[in-house]
Write a protein that binds this ligand. Structure first.
Ligand code: NOJ
Length: 562
């Protein structure tokens, strides 16, 4: 067990043919506003990404998912789009996007962009037309407008609630000045839901999809994919006062995961398949359980989707094992790759989650951080183990910018800086998602840590991040960055030799112990005491000094003994 880590034994192991790139890609999520600012306005932009492509290529990821860059009034961080064929000037231009595509491809990175098409912005020309038009007009038919209930229509048309808190309906003033109809928004009022039963909506967005594929984008992330279709009668769901938005608990709801949605994605898939090389779709599909998720990933629908249940699992062997088994079984049934994710721009960063007493993400939290104190040292130790687990699993994985630097949730942002509609719509009762969106620290001893020059970053960075900049970690073999680089490099070399199946070993209830053929065995100790390691050469360990035993909250990758 004391030999130095080596992958030389791989030469003797069988090789599996390379699958299409997206089936085992590691995709790095760029939260555009917070990645790197080239223009000096304190907000990240496309040329900022271009300036850091070397860092991303060296990190060892395969693709970037970039959060929305379209024209937007930014009521929900760009997930409220007013022009789907243009880029917001804050982020750059379509020419900048072209240059980014070329540069990224040059260094071997694929690009996935993020389209929010369940809803438009309230500044979209279609919505302006709808407001100016008559009830029942074709312009209103592109959205969900309805008369209110009650004698003077003063009550919302049904009981649906918004994911950001409160009713999902807003009443408009008609062009003649009278209080008028209501429109549906499952998110903020500035994000009216489109009526996807309307053929004009379908054909417009097929054009949008083609526009970006024609430009050379490799794939699209489909925002809120499980929300597109609604029951045609918009009936009550049976919500009661105080209910939270919890689609992971809903069965047969009229507002979410409605079966008509699949027809939309079949037509999108045909478009993606008509390109050479074929383009892909990654769904944000929040549904009840892996079997419902798999329906979106049938061979003629979306290619892949985030495994948000993995992210939300508690840090226990039982919860993680159950998720891994369920996911692999459900995905195998439709021939889709399983995927794994620990953090994203909607959820409390996992170092903080894993450092709290309750490590699971509760249903209905709408990504809102609780602000409870966390033991960040414990969270960091678990996060180091978690990334070795995630990258040992079959399929593809998503990293959220900054997790490779060991960043935590910023829970003490000043209220006046907060921008998330979750914070505003709950009057601060929920902290919202700004705490996981704080701009990245690249270099230097003090904010803005090389993120921007001139202006202040759009959210303030903690002074303690001076120890977490890329520069500070660049030559530190013990840092989080070194672990990510080593794990991604090793994964890439191991990949052709890994079995697509997981073989589980029984090493006790609190241990995840799995093999991917002979090339890799991964053990994660989620219990409270050390466990003895089996035979094998240590390829990677989440902590220094691991030789014969694996301490709590640690992980190793073992290769075959030479
Ligand atoms: C999911 C996105 O990830 C989130 O950030 C956004 O607020 C909602 N969809 C609405 O578009």
């Amino acid at each position: 067990m004391t030999s130095p880590p080596t992958l030389s034994t791989l030469a003797t192991l069988p090789i599996r043919p390379a699958p299409p790139w997206w089936r085992d890609a590691v995709v790095y999520q760029v939260y555009l506003r917070s990645f790197a600012d080239s223009s000096g306005d304190g907000i990240g932009d496309i040329n900022g990404i271009r300036s850091r492509l070397g860092y991303l290529a060296e990190l060892g990821v395969d693709a970037l998912w970039i959060t929305p860059w379209f024209r937007s009034p930014m009521h929900d961080g760009g997930y409220d789009i007013s022009d789907y064929r243009d880029i917001d000037p804050v982020f750059g231009t379509v020419d900048d996007a072209r240059a980014l595509i070329a540069d990224a491809h040059q260094v071997g990175l694929k690009l996935v962009i993020d389209v929010a098409a369940n809803h438009t912005s309230h500044d979209h020309p279609w919505f302006a037309e709808a407001l100016a038009a008559e009830p029942g007009s074709p312009a209103r038919e592109r959205y969900h407008f309805r008369d209110g209930r009650g004698p003077d229509g003063a009550q919302p048309p049904n009981d649906w609630i918004s994911s950001f808190g409160g009713t999902a309906w807003t009443r408009i003033t008609e062009p003649d000045g009278r209080p008028g109809q209501w429109y549906l928004h499952l998110f903020a009022p500035q994000q009216p839901d489109l009526n996807w039963a309307n053929p004009e909506v379908r054909s417009e967005f097929e054009g949008v999809v083609r526009f970006w594929f024609d430009l050379g984008i490799d794939g699209l992330r489909v925002d809120a994919a499980s929300a597109f279709a609604k029951h045609p009668d918009l009936p009550d769901h049976g919500f009661r006062p105080g209910d939270t938005f919890s689609p992971r608990l809903w069965d047969s709801s009229p507002l979410w995961d409605v079966d008509a949605v699949h027809e939309i994605f079949r037509s999108w898939r045909a478009i993606a398949d008509s390109y050479d090389p074929a383009r892909i779709f990654v769904g944000e599909v929040t549904v009840k359980g892996a079997d419902r998720l798999a329906l979106y990933l049938r061979p003629d629908e979306l290619h892949t989707a985030f495994n948000l249940d993995f992210l939300k699992s508690a840090w226990t062997a039982d919860a993680l094992r159950a998720n891994i088994v369920d996911t692999c079984t459900a995905m195998a049934a439709v021939g889709a790759p399983p995927t794994w994710v620990l953090s994203n721009h909607d959820e409390t960063r996992h170092i903080t989650r894993y450092g709290r007493h309750d490590t699971a993400v509760p249903d209905g939290s709408a990504g809102a951080d609780t602000g409870r104190p966390a033991d960040l040292a414990l969270g960091t130790r678990r996060a180091r183990a978690a990334v070795l687990l995630m990258l040992a699993l079959p399929g593809s994985a998503y990293l959220y910018q900054g997790e490779e630097l060991g960043l935590w949730e910023v829970t003490d942002l000043p209220p006046e800086c907060r921008q998330d509609p979750v914070w505003h719509r709950t009057a601060g009762a929920a902290l919202g998602r700004d705490g996981c969106r704080v701009p990245l620290p690249w270099s230097g001893q003090a904010p803005p840590f090389g993120f921007t020059e001139g202006a202040q970053p759009w959210l303030p960075q903690p002074a303690e991040w001076s120890a977490h900049t890329v520069t500070a970690q660049d030559d530190d073999p013990t840092g989080m960055l070194a672990l990510y680089r080593a794990a991604l490099g090793a994964r890439r070399r191991l990949l052709p030799h890994l079995s697509a199946q997981i073989d589980w070993h029984d090493t006790g209830r609190d241990v995840l112990d799995l093999s991917r053929g002979d090339a890799l065995r991964c053990l994660v100790n989620l219990g409270g005491s050390d466990i003895r390691l089996p035979e094998g050469r240590i390829l990677l360990a989440s902590l220094p000094g691991i030789v014969d035993t694996l301490p709590p909250d640690a992980a190793v990758w073992l290769g075959p003994v030479t």
